[in-house]
Design a binder for this molecule. Structure first.
Ligand code: FAD
Length: 399
């Protein structure tokens, strides 16, 4: 592993750094000051703030860094993209939004889409003019994703969709979605699915809110009642949707900046321990607290090197590969340990949420503690990730 950057990459790092230092002055005070109350994550104000910042990043040429110029990308290297996300994390700046669009819809469209689909969809994802969500999970198809029952029946030039999806993150403000639906009910379940691109404003789509453990409306139930999708909105071949979804998920499971975000969290925990007093003494002087902080600090560094190992794989093979699941699993569980310790440090104050005048930093840690529980479910549960590691990384038998 070579940690040195080329002169072009160093120049790009400086470009990102200079831009962030100048433009972060425009961020609202609540962004970087934990003592100022921030808008709720599910508020319109927060949503509009995320789009505003995303478009500034786009205008500066930092969105779609590795994607081809003809679809609105910058046509640069993976390392430059890594550098960009590292600088975002180091500066604690907001990242891009349209997470599903950027995270897997664009990579899947580039890999499986037609030329018309690439030209039609990718530029609007990059500019955030069209926000995307993901319609995979159903009440009886979560971990067993291939068990989806939502039907897509051919009728003339369209597919007609009937069924129900669940846990649709951002479905209430999305314009488009990727949908996994059954096109051949008689085929073995992995071979009868298709991957369709859905206009969420079509007649026959109903989105109903679901409130998560933090009290926020982040995901939804989505119902389809005779919704029509033109046949040209299929991504890849009919009945091969499972393989498109698997290809897209490989991108979902890769990532390199998360370790720096965890580094920020451990620094914040050290600060919290210094500022929190127990019997008049700073908690950072308590040997048990010091030991735990040191242990978490070691684990944060382990996660950094695991991410770098995944990055080496990506640079050599051109795709993240199932190796990425190792660092993702470790990172998810480590974040939960970090968040648990934030609650421990706050003692009885850990019970106070946003809205209480005694809540530490307006309950910011309570939100991130509760939200971190979902990390071990979304994008595949930790049990499923362990299965993937056993079978695909270690090559162990299924039984
Ligand atoms: C915050 C959040 C956001 C989400 N956003 C989206 C979204 O935008 N779009 C979308 O489509 N879905 C989304 N999901 C859904 C998510 O993908 C599913 O919740 C997840 O795949 C698990 O499915 P399930 O909830 O049906 O649990 P189940 O599959 O019913 O699992 C229940 C338990 O059984 C375990 N289990 C199941 N099968 C096995 C096995 N073979 N081996 C070992 N253990 C097993 C699981 O690990 C789990 O502990 C989101 C979920 C969360 C929490």
């Amino acid at each position: 592993m070579d940690f040195a950057l080329s002169s072009q990459e160093e120049a790009f790092r400086k470009e990102v750094r200079d831009w962030l230092e100048e433009n972060m002055k425009e961020l609202p005070e609540w962004w970087n000051n934990p003592d100022v109350l921030r808008p709720e994550v599910d508020s319109e104000e927060y949503h509009q703030f995320s789009i505003w910042w995303h478009r500034k990043l786009y205008a500066a040429g930092f969105i779609g860094i590795t994607w081809p110029k003809e679809y609105g990308g910058r046509g640069r290297t993976i390392m430059e993209q890594v550098v960009f996300y590292e600088e975002i994390a180091k500066h604690r700046a907001p990242g891009p939004t349209n997470v599903h669009g950027m995270g897997w819809v664009v990579p899947a469209t580039l890999a499986f889409g037609t030329e018309e689909q690439k030209k039609r969809f990718i530029p609007k994802i990059l500019t955030c003019d069209e926000i995307w969500c993901t319609l995979y999970s159903e009440p009886e198809a979560g971990s067993d994703m291939a068990n989806v029952q939502t039907r897509a029946v051919e009728d003339g030039d369209d597919f007609v969709i009937n069924g129900q999806k669940v846990w649709t993150s951002g479905g209430h403000y999305s314009d488009w979605a990727v949908l996994l639906a059954k096109t051949d009910p008689d085929a073995p379940k992995h071979r009868g699915l298709s991957y369709l691109l859905v206009d969420m404003h079509s007649p026959g789509v109903t989105v109903r809110p679901l409130v998560n453990i933090t009290g926020s409306h982040e995901f939804n139930e989505t119902f389809f009642n005779d919704m029509r999708i033109p046949k040209h909105q299929i991504l890849g071949e009919k009945n091969r949707g499972w393989y498109v979804a698997m290809g897209a998920m490989e991108f979902e499971r890769s990532g390199t900046a998360a370790a720096i975000t965890r580094e920020n969290t451990i620094k914040d925990l050290i600060k919290l321990a210094k500022e929190t007093k127990h019997h008049g003494q700073s908690l950072s002087k308590d040997p048990a607290v010091r030991q735990k902080l040191a242990q978490l600090y070691i684990e944060v560094n382990v996660s950094k090197y695991m991410d770098l190992r995944g990055l080496t794989h990506l640079l050599r093979e051109g795709r993240p590969g199932s190796q990425g699941v190792l660092s993702q699993l470790f990172g998810v569980e480590l974040n939960q340990r970090l968040q648990d310790f934030a609650m421990y440090l706050q003692g009885p104050y850990s019970q106070l949420m946003r809205g209480s005048k005694y809540a530490i930093q307006h309950g910011r840690w309570q939100y991130s503690f509760l939200r971190s529980r979902g990390n071990s479910i979304e994008t595949g549960t930790t049990e499923i990730k362990r299965n993937v590691i056993a079978q695909r990384v270690l090559g162990l038998p299924r039984e």
